[in-house]
Ligand binder design. Structure first.
Ligand code: LIP
Length: 278
């Protein structure tokens, strides 16, 4: 099934993400309302998360009615075009709630099922409305921050790597993740917890981080950011040849990735999850 050029799909992703970002920002200044909690009391959804996703979904359906949709805050829908939009309306919702200027609208379009293990990412946009930063990438055309081409940091030894990571909304998983970070912190330059997987991956792409890893992410958290990191020269995946996914996502320059992988494997063995978490 033919589809438009990735650069053309990117224009749509960027335009919609900017419009959605403006709404999210406006709602932030008006005051944030928690609508509900999801997998745990810590896992909240705001009224703005839902409103912004509705806006994105409508704009994409108007422009491309035959595409599928897979978003964090609403039911997925299939399409007949072979393309699916993978959307996180506000990635970094807890930052959004607290007014920490690190949340983002994340929009990607993939070919095939919305499953990181098999999809082919064509284009992605991540917009941080507070900083006015627009990260974009399309398949084979590189990664950009505005009109600045991005490249990951190369030739960084693990001991000098600034590593980003994140923690789950499940308390038992957070304790397990913290044990792993405790085992790692003496082997890297330092750790950063930015609070948005989409912005963590963009940070690897633009060299603000040397390495990022996290367990427990949903496809919408990383769909656009992983393409942006890849197009900036990062290797993105899990352990061995596994594709990134809910189990684990690692992103770093290839040489650093190769150094980090055995260390992380060792830490997972040293700190097996008490609660049998995978
Ligand atoms: C967030 C991720 C972050 C992770 C949080 C949460 P949300 O997504 O971007 O990396 O550590 O637990 O999953 O819930 O803000 O869309």
């Amino acid at each position: 099934m033919t589809h438009p050029a990735p650069t053309e799909l990117l224009d749509l992703a960027r335009t919609v993400a900017l419009t959605a970002g403006a709404l999210a920002h406006r709602r932030r200044t008006e005051g944030v309302e928690i609508a509900a909690s999801k997998s745990s009391p810590e896992d909240i959804v705001t009224a703005a998360d839902r409103e912004v996703e509705l806006l994105i979904r409508g704009l994409l359906a108007d422009a491309r009615p035959n595409d599928g949709f897979y978003g964090e805050e609403s039911d997925a829908s299939g399409g007949s075009s072979g393309l699916t939009w993978v959307v996180d309306p506000i990635d970094g919702t807890v930052n959004y709630l607290y007014g920490i200027p690190f949340y983002a609208v994340s929009i990607a379009v993939v070919q095939g099922d919305p499953d990181p293990a098999s999809w082919n990412s064509l284009a992605g946009a991540v917009v941080n409305p507070t900083l006015g930063e627009v990260f974009t990438a399309s398949e084979g055309s590189g990664a950009w921050l505005g009109d600045q081409r991005l490249h990951v940091n190369h030739d960084v030894p693990l001991s000098l790597a600034l590593a980003g990571t994140g923690f789950s909304y499940e308390a038992a998983r957070r304790v397990w993740q913290a044990n792993v970070v405790g085992g790692l912190i003496g082997q890297v330059r330092d750790i950063r917890r930015i609070g948005s997987a989409a912005l963590d991956l963009c940070a690897v792409a633009c060299g603000r981080l040397d390495l990022y890893f996290e367990r427990g992410l949903n496809p919408w958290d990383h769909a656009a950011g992983a393409l942006i990191a890849r197009e900036a020269g990062a290797r993105v995946g899990a352990l061995q040849a596994d594709a990134e996914g809910r189990d684990l996502l690692i992103a770093a320059a290839p040489a650093l990735y190769d150094q980090f992988e055995p260390v992380l494997t060792g830490l997972f063995e040293r700190f097996p999850s008490d609660a049998g978490l995978r």
